[in-house]
Ligand binder design. Structure first.
Ligand code: ATP
Ligand code: MG
Length: 430
């Protein structure tokens, strides 16, 4: 490529027209499920004050330590492109008074930014759909979140994801556990990698979250948080398990599941696949009861999850059948057809909601217009030429079927189209 062409930022991808129909269908399917559970959408800015993420995600996390896109704006304020959606959502809920004696079920969607090493399933701009709930403290809500995600996979025709769950207990319980963990890892210091040695000082539980396969043995031998859970968290977790059992959702309790972010408490869960290599987590979430207070609001219980759309799309792309190609390509031959052609197309759009009609612009021969009609993916070409204008008819050429050309009166054209596409099982409602 020529040297003077400016490329996109590394790790940030264009989503091209051949792919957007798949994105749209994926998003629409997810949106329908969210609505089926009464969730409402919230949209927040992609830029926030840096302190928001430092205070919520935690200073000693991968995200805040090394992944954020942080810069000073022209006023010298430190701003950060959101690396995730929870902090913004909580900020917005507090700021707009959505949490006063209210239960909220919210969802969001959009790009997130993390300065990671780009590879398959890991980008610097990626997209998440997430939900955050507020005001519900029980395991029933945790179970609902998981059932909702399970229904997403079902509606997307996706099998083979494994649900892993764990409980992180309360922060008091974690304090005791933390000491045990530091004791254990200090005794096994020689088996820790550089990152884990650093975490041993700052955030030892994060060592359990390591992605380094060489550390698997030492991590598996570590004391389990489950043994140090406070009674209430244990009961909460047991209830969640029975609710999942009752609903027939299979899960694996993974005592090493700690999540990368600091604000979690009690339930954490992940949906994992072995089909995406090292980037196997498709959806991750849990409870973060302390977060609202941590961000300056009145204490309100909260829980949610986020799923990575790029990873999910790789898994379900073949199941999606976006219906996005034009139904009709309008071929306009001859000088005087331009104006009546545009008018006819408008009339058809008025008469048939949902009809996708691609009008040929720019003139040209029959042959070249047919080539374009064929390439467009349309099922039929409507031909308007000088003859059709004078006889108030339209010629119809089938582009995907071996049938002879037809001529119909313009006055019955919309009826003809409704019949033809209705008969082909297409509906115009979307
Ligand atoms: P990972 O362990 O893969 O780094 P994470 O714990 O940092 O993930 P979360 O912050 O929980 O991820 O984000 C939720 C989901 O968003 C992940 O499960 C994943 O599907 C997706 N995700 C996270 N980071 C990226 C990224 N850089 N590129 C693409 N998808 C991502
Ligand atoms: Mg990460």
């Amino acid at each position: 490529m020529a040297q003077n062409i400016i490329q996109a930022v590394r790790g940030m991808n264009d989503i091209l027209p051949e792919d957007t129909p798949y994105w749209q269908e994926l998003e629409a399917t997810i949106r329908d499920v969210l609505m089926a559970y009464g969730y409402q959408e919230i949209r927040t800015p992609v830029l926030e004050k840096t302190d928001l993420f430092k205070r919520s995600i935690g200073e000693v996390t991968d995200i805040v330590e090394k992944e954020m896109y942080t810069f000073e704006d022209r006023n010298g304020d430190s701003l950060t492109l959101r690396p995730e959606g929870t902090a913004s959502c909580v900020r917005a809920a507090i700021q707009n008074g959505l949490l006063h004696n209210q239960v909220q079920r919210l969802w969001y969607m959009g790009p997130m930014f993390r300065h990671e090493r780009p590879q398959k399933g890991r980008y610097r701009q990626f997209h998440q759909i997430g939900v955050e709930t507020f005001g519900m403290t029980g395991p029933d809500l945790d179970a609902e979140l998981i059932l909702l995600t399970a229904r997403l996979w079902k509606n997307l025709g996706l099998d083979g994801l494994e649900l892993q769950i764990n409980s992180l207990g309360t922060s008091e319980a974690r304090k005791v556990y933390r000491e045990k963990l530091v004791e254990y890892f200090t005794a096994n210091k020689n088996q820790l990698d550089e990152d884990s040695l650093r975490r041993l000082e700052s955030n030892p539980m994060r060592i359990l979250d390591t992605k380094n396969p060489e550390m698997r043995a030492v991590v598996e031998g570590a004391p389990k948080l489950t043994e140090y859970l406070d009674t209430e968290s244990q009961e909460h977790f047991d209830s969640l398990c029975s609710l999942l059992d009752a609903a027939g959702v299979k899960y694996r309790i993974n005592p090493c599941l700690v999540r990368g972010l600091d604000y979690y408490s009690r339930t954490v869960f992940e949906w994992v696949t072995d089909k995406l290599g090292a980037q196997g987590t498709v959806c991750a979430g849990g409870r973060f009861d302390p977060l609202v207070e941590q961000l300056g609001g009145k204490s309100v219980p909260a829980a949610g999850f986020a799923l990575g759309l790029e990873r999910l799309l790789v898994l379900v792309r073949d199941n999606l059948q976006p219906d996005h190609l034009p139904h009709v390509y309008l071929v306009l031959v001859g000088e005087i057809t331009q104006q009546p052609g545009l008018v006819l197309a408008e009339q058809l759009r008025d008469e048939i909601t949902g009809l996708r009609i691609l009008t040929h612009c720019g003139g040209g021969s029959f042959k070249s217009q047919f080539k374009k009609a064929d390439k467009s993916g349309a099922k039929v070409a409507l031909i308007l030429g000088d003859d059709e204008i004078s006889s108030k008819t339209i010629s119809i050429k089938y582009l995907r079927e071996d049938k002879p050309q037809e001529i119909v009166e313009q006055s019955v054209l919309s009826e003809w189209l409704i019949n033809y596409f209705g008969g082909a099982g297409l509906n115009f409602s979307n």
